[in-house]
Design a binder for this molecule. Sequence first.
Ligand code: GRF
Length: 201
Amino acid sequence: MIKCLGVLSSGEGSNLQSIIDSTNGGILKGLAKVVLVISNNPNAYALKRAEKESIKFACVERKSFKDEESFNDVILTELQGMKVDIVCLAGYLRLVGQRIIRDYRNKVLNIHPALLPKFGGKGMYGCHVHAAVVKSRETVSGATVHLVDENYDTGKIIMQREVRVFENDMPQDVAGRVLAVEHKIYPEAIKILIGDLNKNL
Ligand code: GRF
């Protein structure tokens, strides 16, 4: 049975796009489809991408709720309402609620723009990651797709791919190289997870 993906994104949504493209005509065709896109940011371009692709989307803003729990409960209800099988965090900048992790145990994926466990953890997102990589004079960086548990960036690694870091690189040079790799490995990792889920049926 085709797996229903729910994607959470706070911004640009280029990883969301690569996932959609791979379900339309790439390695996820016939295996998965994106049925729901959720953002906590009303200005996220990810929401526009969903609209263009005629995918159901929702904006759930933290400030509309009294606490984290009620905010996350609405997200969980949206995911369940669309019968989402796998939750994909793609540039989602909030910690996912405990109930979502529990209800979707081993079915929540995240992409991180570095080779975890290096350069992970709270505050390590976006340009902060690449700036730290350049500052510590790494010669390789890369991207990691991992399962999400209750903490930041600590769940089981599903896939990693390296990129070179050159001596005169600026953080944005590394970011561009890593993002290109992210777009390839996220659909590949989703395919691996679907294979695992089907085996354990
Ligand atoms: C990516 O670098 C991803 O690894 C990180 O945030 C960025 C999001 O990019 N978590 P996009 O929104 O998918 O274009």
